[in-house]
Design a protein around this ligand. Sequence first.
Ligand SMILES: [Zn+2]
Length: 231
Amino acid sequence: MKSRSTARDEPPTIGALSVLRRWLGFSRRAQQGAHPPKAAAGDVETFAEFLKKQQTLAALCREFGFDAAKVTLSPRTKTFDFLGQCFTSEGQSLPDGRIEIYYDPNMSDARLGCCLAHELQHVRYFAVRDAYRAEEADGPLHRRFAKYAPEALAAQRGVSNYSNEHWDAWKSDAPPKLFFLELEEGDSEPINETIAEVAKALYNWGPDVRINPLWRELHDAINEEYAALRR
Ligand SMILES: [Zn+2]
């Protein structure tokens, strides 16, 4: 759910062997910590569960038409501070088009699908944002998205609790601008997260879901432009 706008150098983890290596490293590090995990047999069982979830994730990527090699299931838990509270992150999209999902044995396949739908929308948003920022001020993307003025979007706020938390956390006096670097300007990403939550709702409830029409229209416009960029 939480996304970051800074890329990391870490290469994507692909293949069962590197996943196993990463898993063992992770479990060894955990054993050195204050709470030693269960015996080795339990580790193997947990690893089998992890591999199963990884296969489900790869199948979901195929369903979404997204390159499964760009999506990593990470065994580590990622926490982040938000509004003074510590949250566990379900996933993260990076501006270079990679996605990390953080393994949670209690995450159902349905929730995994919702999480991937949300993160994939960030990937599409970043791609269209890059193209928008690379063109002139009167380019075709600027013309198409001109109607989504900051005031118009701010008047709608979010489409879910999660996206409204990002509107609440916005720090700047001016409202967030579409395709601007929201994290840098206001310390949260109301627009980027709201659009990702539209994608999640559409995946979870289907195309007939009742959702704010302006955000739905903007979500669809971004996905059309993303598809055009990839042609
Ligand atoms: Zn997100």
